[in-house]
Design a binder for this molecule. Structure first.
Ligand SMILES: Cc1cc2nc3c(=O)[nH]c(=O)nc-3n(C[C@H](O)[C@H](O)[C@H](O)COP(=O)(O)OP(=O)(O)OC[C@H]3O[C@@H](n4cnc5c(N)ncnc54)[C@H](O)[C@@H]3O)c2cc1C
Length: 470
């Protein structure tokens, strides 16, 4: 028997029916990811429960000459968790979290969803800053950066990675900390899933209490004026506030004026993370500047806030998301944003934007692989539909929306929102200096590029890439 043949036999005896091939009964169930656009068929799915099993799978894949993908939450819009003819390491059985309230830290396994982390931390009045939909995977989100409600107050998720247990491409298991494998830790803070399989994160936690949450809805006709009010407010707001906007079809809820329900609208939302008693005064100026047609006022627990967006992004629908950093929301940008929103095709699609800044920019630029900390705005055009026949038109709307704002792009892009960018696009995402450092680290930790079906940092640069970097 070949080495690979022996290794697969050993895998079967270690993982039993948690090794799935195309003939296995639950193969289709486990190869599926959140975005139904991606219908890929891995050679093998390994549903691991610990780092030792992950190590065995990596050793097998190397011996068999197969590339490896890692499934954290399976939420990546580009479907990076799964690839044809590769080995998928599925971490969805590794979702344990333990909290040390006195140290304000948590240990979370690599397959956790954000809701697993929140469920363990919020009873202690603590949270790790992370994304805004609770069924997103912690793994991909943290390794690529991690924007969310608490980012302006405390920074990105990747800024909260204190240490990580990583299974490297050669199967060895290491702990990356500030003193051991510190370059690897630097790369894990924003460099994506390029450097190994993270089986456990150690995360810094922050105090959280009730959140004062206010939303105003505007007609499309008021969109440009409301955006001007948003810009003026958001660019001055304290770091305890996070203010976001969305163009979307208004729901049928009572607080929305009847004439706007079911129609395209602009929603502005402010969330206050300081003393709840100060929340109203902090938020009021946003809506005083330009009064909304309807207003929703509530105080939410942190875990309720985290779950607010869950229902609007279900598994198994079709998605195409492009995003960009914007330098400004000037009147011309506002006009273009409204136009993009008017061209939305599917009633489920939406455009989101948010002013960043705050604690995101407090972290020195050289302290992590995460690039573009100073970008003022994030803008995202998310197409969401169900009919496979509409794939091309939906993606075209999202691409066109980002292209329309081209003149005002700040530069770079956020790796976790990247959709149809070639691997060579990683240089644009990270910038030449950062990319060079990441490529050095990749050469050390994954020289054969076993983990390559991601937004890839190539250990070997092609001539073209070298010329681009020079
Ligand atoms: C509905 C929705 C809401 C979102 N909201 C936000 C948001 O608020 N803020 C934000 O910043 N982003 C957000 N995102 C983007 C999100 O950060 C990315 O989609 C991210 O890739 C999701 O991680 P995952 O583990 O679920 O993905 P997966 O598809 O499982 O993996 C994505 C990539 O990460 C790698 N990876 C995952 N886990 C590990 C691991 N443990 N070790 C090594 N590599 C790993 C994978 O190999 C793959 O390359 C959102 C996405 C969706 C779909």
């Amino acid at each position: 028997m070949t080495d690979a043949g022996l290794a697969v036999t050993a895998l079967h005896s270690l993982l039993g029916d948690r090794i799935l091939g195309p003939d296995s009964k639950s193969y289709d169930e486990h190869r599926r990811v959140w975005n139904a656009v991606h219908d890929r068929r891995p050679a093998l799915i390994a549903r691991c429960v610990n780092a030792v099993e992950v190590s065995s799978v990596l050793r097998y894949a190397r011996s068999a000459g197969l590339a490896v993908t890692v499934r954290g939450g399976g939420h990546n819009v580009a479907g990076r968790a799964v690839s044809d003819a590769s080995v998928m390491i599925d971490l969805s059985l590794m979702r344990g979290v333990s909290v040390d309230p006195s140290a304000r830290s948590a240990r979370a396994q690599g397959g956790c969803l954000l809701r697993d982390l929140d469920a363990a931390t919020t009873p202690h009045g603590l949270a790790c800053p992370a994304g805004v939909v609770s069924h997103t995977g912690l793994g991909g989100l943290a390794l690529g950066g991690g924007y969310g409600w608490l980012a302006r107050r405390w920074g990105l998720t990747c800024d909260h990675i204190l240490a990580a247990e990583v299974v490297l491409a050669d199967g060895s298991i290491v702990e990356a900390t500030e003193s051991a494998h510190s370059e690897l830790l630097w790369a894990l803070r924003g460099g994506g899933g390029n450097f190994g399989v993270v089986t456990r994160f150690t995360l810094r936690l922050r105090p959280v209490g009730p959140v004062v949450h206010r939303t105003g809805v505007y007609s499309m006709g008021d969109g440009v004026d409301a955006l001007a009010a948003y810009r003026e407010f958001a660019e001055q707001q304290s770091a305890e506030l996070h203010t976001v906007g969305a163009f979307k079809i208004a729901s049928e809820q009572d607080w929305i004026p009847a004439k706007l329900r079911g129609r395209p609208t602009l929603h502005l939302t402010a969330a206050w993370f300081g003393d709840p008693g100060d929340g109203d005064d902090a938020v009021r100026p946003l809506f005083d500047k330009f009064a909304p047609a309807g207003r929703l006022e509530r105080v939410l627990s942190f875990s309720d806030l985290q779950a607010l967006g869950d229902h609007s992004e279900p598994h198994g629908h079709r998605y195409f998301t492009k995003s960009c950093y914007l330098g400004e929301i000037s009147p011309a940008v506002a006009e273009a944003m409204v136009r993009n929103a008017e061209e939305i095709r599917s009633p489920r699609s939406c455009v989101d934007f948010e002013y960043l800044g705050g604690a995101i920019t407090d972290v020195p630029d050289e302290d992590s692989a995460f690039p573009w900390r100073a970008a003022p705005y994030m803008y995202t055009a998310s197409a969401h539909w169900t009919d496979p026949n509409a794939d091309d038109e939906e993606a075209a709307w999202s691409r066109r929306s980002i292209a329309r704002l081209d003149k005002w792009h700040y530069g770079g892009s956020y790796v976790n929102y990247v959709q149809d960018q070639p691997s060579s696009g990683s240089i644009d995402i990270y910038g030449a200096d950062r990319y060079r450092r990441l490529a050095e680290i990749k050469r050390r930790y994954d020289p054969d590029n076993l983990l390559r079906h991601n937004q890839n940092i190539a250990p070997e640069r092609s001539l073209a890439e070298d010329q681009q970097i020079a």
